[in-house]
Ligand binder design. Sequence first.
Ligand code: UD1
Ligand code: UDP
Length: 376
Amino acid sequence: MIKILSVFGTRPEAIKMCPLVKRIMQEKEMECSVCVTGQHKEMLYQVLEIFQVTADYDLKIMAPVQTLGMITSRILNGIEEVLLKEKPDMVLVHGDTTTSFAAALAAFYHKIPVGHIEAGLRTYDKYSPFPEEMNRNLTGRIADLHFAPTTGNCENLRRENIESGIYVTGNTVIDAMATTIRKDYRFKDAILQKMSFSGEKKYLLMTAHRRENLGLPLENICRAVKRIVEEFAEVVVIYPVHMNPRVRQTVKSILEGHERIILTDPVDVEDMHNLMNRSYLVLTDSGGLQEEAPALGKPVLVMRSETERPEAVAAGTVEVVGVEEEGIYNHTKELLLNQDKYCKMSKAINPYGDGHACDRIISILKSYKKADAEGD
Ligand code: UD1
Ligand code: UDP
């Protein structure tokens, strides 16, 4: 029996880990417990409900305005008991959140091997995205198995002299999308339910939440979007606003009250994926949306100064447009006016996987355990 403990705590980790947890649970020779840190609350439980995954442990660490130190120390303290009780053969963590790093560190302190899902993404800028670039670097140093979504991610790790345990698997978000997107989908969110998504309107889906964008950059983003809506009568912006009070305050102060700017609470992942599928383009600073939208043929303007996901940029579906009002406004305007450019950017491409990332990860976990047993 291979005993796995999966640890996650935020919305995107849950979206990308739940399909894996569910697949592992189907395996006869594997056992999987789930520990959620509760770094997110509503936004995390929303995902668990959709995928019908029940957490065996919930550290419930979320506080209204939590600092990075608070998150890290509360996870380190809380998870110890879980590790001692479960004694897993491996701890699986995901990506670049503070949950991922703190859980990996805790497993290391207990000499438990760590598998890192979505490994090897890099910007090489220590402070951007913050603190994700450092979180994924440090998690990579600790991990024994590195599940890289793309060959580029794998090469990044090799350049860091990580010589073994790297596998290219694809991203599990593509596995997730196979279960969420439906042609005849009916929205659960009351506001989205009332929208027709047909006719002459152009629906722009927007999200922004990154820590390094809080304050002036987020203000710039909102102002640019407001200018676009005021100038183009056919544009409707839909923005499910992150629960972070600092995000909500800025967004509401600039964008609230316009009839063609629809601000909603975070929508569940099924609503989100199907909303993306009905939108004209995506404006975002999210990591996950940069992977999902290209698979649906939706152009993405990334409102950041860099990206750790260059594959879709190289393929022409994603453009990094910075965090200045003028740049965001100009790039969005161009995609509304220049049909040639829009058509070129809206070719569906998917550099992030074939929907079988979970299967690959499971077979690697099995071989790792077998090699370990033979070594004993
Ligand atoms: C976290 C991750 C980031 C990831 C993002 C996905 C870290 C440091 N950051 O950033 O990498 O891209 O999640 O969304 O790991 N809140 C709620 N309810 C929720 C979730 C959040 O009220 O369900 C509020 C709380 O006030 C919380 C704040 O949002 O203090 C910020 O949450 P936090 O997890 O610290 O940072 P994120 O910006 O969400
Ligand atoms: N998402 C969602 N509801 C929302 C906004 C986003 O389900 O209201 C999903 C989105 O489809 C993607 C993930 O959440 O799968 C991205 O999360 P987020 O942008 O918070 O984090 P990041 O990917 O930037 O770490």
